[in-house]
Design a protein around this ligand. Structure first.
Ligand SMILES: Nc1ncnc2c1ncn2[C@@H]1O[C@H](COP(=O)(O)OP(=O)(O)O)[C@@H](O)[C@H]1O
Ligand SMILES: [Mg+2]
Length: 569
């Protein structure tokens, strides 16, 4: 064969080989690539499940003018905007919500569309429009396209939730943060928890915990506080701090911690003495006599003095942690654990806890927190019992973080308004006690809690007499407005359920089982179990509230009043 032809042949064979090899490599590489999943179809039929909202106010818009009682707004629930009012501007402004940065409220939610929804003032009404969103806008779990907002309407966009607050409507109390409410939804009453406890009743939600009344296998009634803590460092600390409860167990003014345990599903929980009664939070607001104020303060001082003698500082004295039994006995809860569940922490982007009761030294972040800090916080509680107001309160408008800083600055620097200027009946004696407890410099406050009890004139032998419970009257509910007007429903020892059947069988705003009235100690309580909400004295009920003597209950279009049964007035 011609050598030139041979070389050409060899080169040709080599080239063909290389091309085949490259092709083979390409085929293998393509075969190893994962198939691309088609994106999930957006669900538009049912309201999506709600989780804490990741929302942020638009950085480009200036902060709105101060809020008045005549400014309508959407109140954000959960997420970084929790508790913030989102003001609806007068026409033609309104309020726009969506994922795009050009909205008044920028929603950081994948479920939200760029321009998702808008609230527009129309005459005296506020109308919510869905702006052709992919996943829908929901009001009270119904999809809406155009909806005239009613006070208390619950608006859901993606995973963000807002409550509509109408002009002049009382500002709703901030609801419990989402974390613990979600936790409460995981554990239902009348089921078994951790194999040993039957959960009987939801008592309340704190910032990081939910508390149930429960019964163990031996029939003992206890309170179970399930903690919503996933951070391993906090969990470890918690177990250490839980031991504090053991040191203080058995003191008559301190809620006994019986055990700290870890459930089979990995939750930390405390088994505590169950306290029949209400927290002081439920008592403040109604006027308290000087005797009652002295008794409650003195009893808290007894608990604090005992703990301080054991080198334990409570750190979170506030009305929620002061329980008043039906016999007038006070018990302080959350010793030792307060530091972890309720301490105030301001991080770059989040504020945890409630700084309304914080001492100046805690506010400054001093390392060493002394018993005097508890005395200061008790001073704030005392001020509130006397005047119904806080000595320092945060501004309710503007940026949330700024508002908290303002409050903390006041605790550090400003003198409180003397309580007698707000409530003239406050005696000079009580005024001196409260102002001394509120001294900025800890050395100027009472040296011990026992000294404070003495100064206020507390005599432990008068406890039962000082906080008398009124004898329980036979009460009834009277429908004062609505289809069933005039109807009466007597309240009984057993729970009374009200719903659509009793009030208006054709009104779909009323749930079949809407609310439950039950007697607890010396009070009647209302528990909301409805879809669309229950209002008591103009405030929406989250979970349950005690009712005062002539409480006005609103359900759907019906209004009911709590009244003594005839012959009982
Ligand atoms: N041992 C207890 N017995 C009865 N009720 C309790 C007990 N501990 C707490 N509670 C109720 O549960 C609510 C939630 O408690 P907690 O989780 O400590 O949060 P907070 O103290 O911030 O309200 C309290 O406000 C109180 O009404
Ligand atoms: Mg508590």
């Amino acid at each position: 064969m011609d050598p030139v032809a041979l070389i050409v042949l060899v080169v040709f064979v080599v080239l063909v080989g290389l091309v085949l090899l490259a092709g083979l490599i390409l085929v293998v590489a393509l075969a190893r690539r994962k198939p691309v999943k088609p994106p999930p179809a957006p669900s538009i039929s049912a309201a999506p499940k709600v989780s804490p909202i990741p929302c942020a106010p638009s950085p480009s818009r200036p902060s709105p003018p101060p809020l008045t009682s005549h400014t309508p707004y959407l109140l954000a629930e959960g997420g970084s905007l929790h508790g913030q009012p989102l003001r609806i501007q007068p026409a033609p402004g309104g309020l726009t919500l969506g994922r795009g940065p050009d909205n008044d409220v920028v929603l950081d939610s994948m479920m939200a569309s760029r321009h998702h929804a808008q609230v527009m003032p129309e005459g005296a009404q506020y109308v919510l429009y869905d702006r052709d969103s992919t996943n829908g806008t929901y009001v009270n779990d119904q999809r809406v396209y155009r909806h005239t907002l009613a006070p208390g309407d619950r608006v859901q966009i993606g995973d963000c939730v807002f409550t509509f607050v109408a002009p002049g409507q009382p500002v709703p109390k901030p609801s419990a943060p989402f974390a613990s409410r979600d936790l409460a939804q995981q554990y239902h009453v009348r089921t078994t928890f951790d194999k040993e406890y039957e959960l009987l009743e939801l008592l309340g939600c704190g910032g990081m915990s939910v508390v149930y009344k429960a019964q163990d296998t031996a029939g003992q009634i206890v309170a179970i506080k399930i903690l919503d803590v996933t951070d391993e460092w906090v969990r470890t600390k918690f177990i250490q701090e839980g031991k504090i409860g053991e040191v203080l167990r058995g003191h008559p003014r301190i809620c006994s911690v019986l055990e700290l345990r870890r459930s089979s599903d990995g939750r930390l929980y405390l088994v505590e003495e169950y306290i029949e009664g209400v927290s002081l939070r439920k008592r403040i607001g109604a006027p308290m006599s000087p005797d009652q104020v002295t008794s409650v303060t003195g009893q808290v001082c007894e608990a604090l003095h005992f703990a301080h003698q054991h080198n334990i500082v409570h750190r979170d004295i506030k009305p929620e942690n002061i329980m008043i039994g039906s016999d007038g006995m006070v018990k302080v809860t959350d010793f030792g654990i307060a530091k972890l569940t309720s301490s105030v922490t301001i991080t770059k982007d989040r504020i945890v806890g409630t700084p309304e009761y914080i001492s100046p030294e805690q506010a400054r972040g001093d390392e060493q927190i002394k018993p005097a800090s508890d005395i200061y916080s008790l001073g704030v509680v005392l001020y509130e019992m006397l005047t119904g107001r806080l000595p320092f309160d945060r501004p309710r408008s503007g940026e949330e973080r700024e508002a908290w800083y303002t409050l903390i600055r006041q605790h550090i620097k400003e003198a409180p308004t003397p309580p007698s200027r707000l409530t003239p009946s406050v005696t000079p004696h009580l005024e001196r006690v409260v102002l001394r407890a509120l001294e900025k410099e800890s050395s100027k406050r009472f040296a011990t809690a026992a000294e404070m009890a003495q100064a206020i004139g507390y005599d432990s032998s008068t406890v039962r007499r000082a906080v008398p419970e009124p004898a329980l009257q036979a009460m009834q509910l009277v429908v004062v407005e609505g289809t069933a007007a005039g109807k009466t429903m007597p309240l009984a020892e057993t729970d009374v359920e009200i719903g659509r059947t009793q009030l208006d069988p054709t009104n779909l705003m009323i749930s079949r089982r809407h609310a439950i009235l039950s007697r607890r100690g010396q009070a009647w309580w209302l528990k909301d179990i409805s879809r669309n909400g229950t209002w008591v004295n103009g405030q929406r009920v989250y979970d349950q509230v005690p009712l005062d003597g002539d409480a006005l209950i609103e359900i759907g279009g019906a209004k009911l009043r709590l009244m003594p049964q005839p012959g009982e007035a």
